[in-house]
Write a protein that binds this ligand. Structure first.
Ligand code: SER
Length: 584
């Protein structure tokens, strides 16, 4: 029996349509790096949009959680996992959802009801105790002793802080031990393991902190695939279940060692390479880098290389290729991208391996040297940053290495150093994005504000539909490209100058606010490439003459700018004119 297939089959038989797993890197949600739950790609539909497949959905969704990367290596944690889920979008609600869960667990999976228990929401200031769910459980044969009523810390999903669709939930637990099953359920007793979460999504937590009812009452359930397979197969080590069998066998073969005695490193390699395979096969085509998803990918690959070395694997051999192939073979049936992007995946792993192998040895030697000369407990930020910057050691790797020797790392100091370094490169790359805002010096900042004024003045003088097409700033001048079909007359240029200088002389305040992208657009804020901005954007306003989506920086008041003068107006390309101007 295959849990994934059975799950889909069962819910399809109950009128659910199977939807494909969404990419693991969210397509329309820049606020998170990865999908962390099955419901994430469904948020618009939980909020009320009609889903093209209807009101009853079922899937297995690729998820990645990186919040407890440090726990990888134990028996139960994974960075990548599959979440089985079924949804009702304004169709059935608590009672039917509970009945489906019970039937699936006890009839399809044949789990004895004796081994099951549940938690139910006990209520808070906003919503009362969830009696409907409790009654439904009892009707299904769960005794009162096996129901624990818990508060919003446990039975509200995702939690009271996150914005978006949410609601109370009821969680199903399985008694995963050879001990006799106690009559009374104690959720604190960790022999009881959570296997399924049924969320009743009725509310939206708005950005202003209020909760409002959603247009429809939805059900969102999630079951961790790996965990339940291990339970069904009677092992307390997930990596010993059939999900991992071939992958661990491959690692045993390439390392010529057995799993027993080498569990931690083998689990880390298995987990990290599997996650790396799925990230690099994703439609987003993420490559290892020093930011965002690329950095996670880099860390995962580099950490597995370090553990491969620990296992005595020749890290220059094709070990990672063999492991990746065994992973892709295992999952190809369910994920066609693993077939289509097989070579991409193998290249990503190989290239990152070659890159890191070059500095790993030297870096490890450097690390040992640092350790030898280290008088205190803590490895300092400069050494940690050097290991990162020169030898490509992700900070987590340095922390892990230091930890193995009973030492710690000044992570806070490292992060400050790292941030300063990042801000520098961010300013530089933002410059590229804006068309070359080269630096954050005081002259450049002035020109940056003047650019917004020029943009606004051109809309008045030339046409309200004039838009920025490019910009380049040095400490000596600004260059601004804009859509316009004619050469500006002397008169037009003069008017533009007068308007900009008028605003400068008025001493207009420059203010910065953060708002939702849609709100910013509705309010008429100007922006160049809307799709490139995250959901929450920074908007700079200058008095009430200009409003633009922009990362800054800007002066505080236009009176800091001096006198604005156009020195040249010329064609840039078809339909685009270019102005060069100075502040004197
Ligand atoms: N969203 C809930 C969870 O992730 C149920 O799918 O647990």
């Amino acid at each position: 029996m295959n849990l994934k297939d059975e799950y889909i089959k069962y819910f399809v038989s109950k009128g659910h349509k199977q939807i494909p797993s969404a990419p693991v890197v969210p397509e329309n949600d820049p606020s998170v790096l990865f999908n962390t739950a099955g419901m994430q790609p469904l948020i618009p539909y939980l909020m009320g949009e009609e889903h093209p497949y209807g009101k009853r959905l079922v899937d297995y969704q690729k998820c990645i959680r990186t919040n407890d990367l440090d726990s990888i290596g134990d028996k139960t944690h994974h960075t990548f996992f599959e979440m089985l889920g079924n949804w009702s979008l304004g169709d059935y609600f608590k009672e039917e959802s509970i009945a489906y869960s019970m039937e699936f667990l006890t009839k399809v999976l044949k789990i004895p009801i004796q081994r099951l228990a549940v938690t139910v929401f006990k209520g808070n200031d906003m919503v009362g105790r969830d009696k409907v769910s409790a009654e439904a459980w009892k009707r299904e044969g769960i005794s009162e002793d096996r129901i624990a009523y818990l508060g919003e810390e446990n039975n509200w999903w995702p939690n009271m802080e996150n914005f978006g669709p949410c609601g109370s939930d009821t969680e199903i637990f399985y008694f995963n031990s050879k001990d006799e099953v106690p009559e009374k359920f104690d959720p604190e007793d960790d022999r009881w393991v959570e296997i399924w979460n049924n969320v009743f999504m009725e509310y939206n937590h708005n950005q202003d902190g209020t909760f409002t009812e959603l247009p429809k009452k939805n059900v969102d359930t999630g079951m961790g695939y790996e965990r339940v397979v291990a339970i069904l197969e009677g092992t307390d080590d997930n990596y010993k279940s059939s999900v991992w069998k071939n992958i661990i066998n491959t690692i045993e073969r390439v390392s010529n060692r057995s799993y027993e005695g080498n569990e931690e490193s083998m689990r880390i390699i298995a987990d990290h390479i599997r996650t790396s395979v799925f990230i690099s096969a994703d439609t987003s085509q993420i490559k290892p880098s020093n930011t965002d998803q690329g950095y996670i990918l880099r860390r995962l690959i580099r950490r597995s290389i370090r553990h491969a070395k620990k296992l005595g694997i020749d890290i220059n051999s094709d070990w990672e290729r063999e492991i990746a192939i065994s992973i892709m073979d295992e999952y190809s049936k369910y994920y066609s991208e693993l077939v289509e992007n097989r070579d991409v995946v193998l290249d990503v792993l190989r290239n990152e391996k070659l890159k890191f192998n070059k500095t790993l040895e030297k870096g490890l030697r450097e690390f040992e040297k640092i350790m030898k000369n280290l008088d205190e407990e803590v490895l300092d930020k400069d050494d940690a940053f050097r290991l990162y910057d020169t030898f490509g050691f992700p900070i987590e790797l340095t922390v892990e290495l230091a930890g193995e020797r009973g030492r710690s790392v000044d992570i806070k100091g490292f992060k400050e150093k790292f941030k300063a370094h990042q801000e520098l490169s961010r300013t530089q790359s933002k410059g590229k994005f804006k068309g070359g805002l080269a630096g954050g010096g005081s002259e450049e900042i002035k020109y940056h504000t003047a650019t917004h004024l020029l943009n606004a003045a051109l809309k008045i003088v030339v046409d309200k539909n004039v838009h920025q097409k490019g910009s380049n700033i040095t400490s000596e001048r600004m260059r601004f490209d804009f859509s316009c079909d004619h050469k500006l007359s002397e008169e037009e240029k003069k008017r533009v100058e007068d308007i900009v200088n008028g605003w400068i002389n008025e001493g207009l305040e420059v203010t910065k606010t953060e708002m939702k992208k849609e709100e910013a657009l509705k309010s008429g804020a100007e922006c160049m490439f809307i799709e490139k901005y995250p959901d929450i954007v920074t908007v700079y306003s200058i008095g009430d003459v200009s409003k633009e989506l922009c990362g800054g920086p800007h002066v505080k008041n236009t009176n800091e700018l001096g006198h604005f003068r156009i020195i040249k107006e010329e064609s840039s390309s078809t339909g685009v004119r270019r102005i060069k101007a100075v502040l004197e």
